[in-house]
Write a new protein. Structure first.
Length: 659
């Protein structure tokens, strides 16, 4: 039996006690198993284990059984008997002892014991009802089923000495033990009442201090009135009063701002809440609350802006022009919510900037990639420390306008967790029936977003929730062809890269063949982001040569690409000039365009099995079976030979999944 010395603990039979992992050190063991018995030796005074001697222990102790050991090493022990302890021995720090179960004197009738328990429980419930935490405490008390559980649960809060705790443990008489427990409980209630009265007296002292503080604030206010005689002494309060009057806030927002302003007056600059109130009013007055005057839309100019800044994308531009035309005819209607979907680098974000320019509106972009908290959209309530407005209203503040073009970038990369679903919060933002009174939790007042032109961007619609997707009109941005990439590179990317690197037109020339080689053999993408990086690398290399004085004018042809960009990074398969037995050419689709692939087949001796390799998906594997079944059904006699052979079908580039 393991021995555990304890001091100043009230342990009684029938109650389960929880001990932390460090109790193993006091028992000098590395672990305990469920069902092991523990002998509790009660110390007369507090000492370290290594300093204990035989005379330091009381005559009575307790025996318990290990009920549970959790993953963190915490141990639950249920005490089941009081025992008489004898023959205690201490050898090299190890404790041994004999224990015999104590006899009980059952001198308290069960009915009387229940009545005592009932009265004690009633007194405790009546006591806790006077406190705010009373509901929680009452529920806790209801779980206690006898006097033993009550005293053990309250032992940490009772002001009883270790000797009094041992007296309860050592009492053989049930009546005597119950009376000691009852006395301790009522003493606890009485002392708590006294403590409450002392706290009330202290509260009166605090109120007197608060009154004194309020008078000081009034004096400070009068001083501020005197300071208004000088412009340099105008207070924050006066500044915000003027801003609120000039902001054009709606009635509800103005009332909330004035309420916060009044609190700001009362708090004074020394208050810890002053800064929070200042930040709130600063945000509210920084927003543009006024309805923007309608701007005449020139459709021809809009078409010209889109064509100047973007090559190709004919269908996309047509749909955007349709949207702008609707807005020109109906000033109150912003049109549909557009969702631009396409691979990275296809011009989704940049065309949004062109739309803002064409409409003469402010442009603001909000990246939603990785956002998983609803508060990122709706804002945090001001009751939280460090509360901030949501990204939507923060974007409105940055724009300084009430009708900007707001781009919600990467809506397909929204996620959610226990903090809420940001996609659900976006439903209100993007719904024309609701967004005229969008309420950010930080502001706590409605704001009109109906004049904002929302445009969302995504790489894929697969991860966008259906309710959110239904509110938007999807416009696909197709990948650029090699011809389109060539034109974009010559007209936009190369001139921009040269300008960024400080190169003039006469300093660098890239031949058409070299540009086509860069597109086909140095990049593989739907968009032009990688192509832009390659051209910037080329310009940097050219800048080095020009600064060193090696050349005054550089012409980059196909042969010099290795010098500037290194070895070719892509190699495309070329179709076979002559057909080979067992090899057929197939067509493949990739996000960067079409490719060819070879399908190789070998027949070997076997029993009719078909083996397929090359990381093929289920669809391609099933296609093999369909083709084989079709051949067997059409040519039954010719395919008899397959019963004595195995077929091995392989698609090269085995590291690349295919389907």
């Amino acid at each position: 039996m393991l021995v555990l010395p304890v001091y100043d603990l009230l342990l009684l039979p029938g109650v389960t006690f929880n001990f932390k992992k460090d109790v193993l050190e006091r028992m000098q063991v590395e672990k305990v198993e469920k069902g092991e018995e523990i002998l509790f030796l009660i110390q007369k005074e507090e000492k370290k284990r290594e300093d204990l001697i035989v005379d330091d222990f009381q005559e009575k102790g307790l025996v318990g059984t290990v009920e549970n050991v959790d993953d963190e090493g915490n141990i639950s022990i249920r005490v089941h008997n009081r025992v008489d302890v004898s023959d205690i021995e201490i050898t090299d720090g190890a404790f041994t002892a004999d224990a015999a179960i104590c006899s009980e004197i059952a001198d308290l009738p069960e009915e009387e014991e229940k009545e005592i328990y009932k009265e004690a429980k009633k007194s405790l419930i009546q006591f806790v009802s006077g406190f705010q935490w009373g509901v929680w405490a009452r529920a806790f008390i209801q779980h206690w089923s006898n006097m033993t559980e009550i005293i053990c649960a309250l032992s940490a809060y009772l002001s009883i000495t270790p000797e009094e705790k041992y007296a309860i443990i050592a009492a053989d008489s049930v009546r005597e033990r119950t009376e000691l427990i009852e006395q301790s409980i009522y003493e606890f209630i009485e002392m708590a009442h006294v403590s409450d009265e002392a706290e009330s007296a202290q509260q009166e002292t605090h109120e007197r201090v608060y009154r004194e503080s309020a008078l000081k604030k009034q004096i400070e206010f009068l001083q501020e009135q005197l300071d208004e005689m000088h412009p340099e002494n105008i207070s924050d309060v006066r500044k915000f009063e003027k801003k609120i009057q000039e902001s054009g806030m709606n009635e509800e927002a103005r009332k909330e701002a004035e309420k916060v302003l009044n609190r700001m007056k009362q708090e004074g600059k020394d208050s810890h809440e002053y800064g929070l109130l200042y930040d709130y009013l600063d945000f509210m007055t920084s927003l543009n609350w006024k309805v923007a005057a309608p701007v005449e839309i020139d459709l021809n100019q809009a078409e010209q802006v889109l064509d100047e800044q973007h090559y190709g994308l004919k269908k996309v531009k047509e749909r955007i022009i349709e949207q702008i035309a609707v807005m020109a005819l109906n000033k109150k209607q912003s049109g549909s919510i557009l969702l631009f979907v396409g691979a990275p680098g296809t011009g989704k974000t940049s065309i949004c900037q062109s739309i803002a320019k064409a409409l003469n509106r402010e442009y603001v972009r909000i990246s939603l990639g990785g956002v998983r908290d609803e508060a990122e959209i709706r804002g945090h309530r001001r009751t939280y420390i460090g509360a901030m407005p949501g990204r939507i209203m923060e974007g409105m503040k940055r724009s300084g306008s009430s009708n900007p073009v707001m781009v919600l970038d990467e809506v397909d990369k929204l996620s959610h967790d226990y903090s809420g679903d940001p996609a659900s919060a976006l439903l209100e933002v993007l719904d024309p029936e609701q967004n005229f009174s969008f309420t950010d939790h930080y502001m706590n007042v409605p704001y009109d977003l109906s004049n904002v032109l929302f445009i969302c961007t995504a790489n894929s619609v697969d991860t966008i929730p259906e309710p959110l997707l239904n509110r938007m009109e999807v416009i696909q941005f197709p990948g650029y062809t090699a011809v389109e990439k060539f034109e974009i590179a010559k007209k936009y990317l190369l001139p921009n890269a040269m300008s960024t690197m400080g190169l003039k037109k006469q300093n660098l020339k890239v031949t058409d063949d070299a540009m086509r080689t860069i597109i086909s053999e140095y990049t593989m993408e739907s968009g032009v982001r990688g192509l832009k990086k390659k051209l910037e690398t080329l310009c940097r290399q050219a800048a080095v040569k020009l600064v060193k004085g090696e050349q005054k004018s550089i012409t980059v042809g196909v042969k010099r690409l290795k010098e500037f960009l290194g070895r070719k990074q892509l190699h495309h398969d070329v179709r076979m000039q002559e057909a080979q037995p067992g090899v057929v050419t197939g067509l493949a689709w990739t996000s960067a365009g079409g490719e060819i692939l070879f399908i190789e087949t070998a027949k070997i001796r076997g029993d009719g099995k078909v083996k397929v390799t090359g990381q093929l998906g289920d669809v391609m594997k099933e296609s093999v079976q369909i083709a084989l079944t079709l051949v067997k059904s059409m040519f039954p006699e010719e395919t008899e030979v397959l019963k004595e052979s195995d077929l091995h079908i392989h698609v090269p580039a085995g590291a690349v999944p295919k389907d």
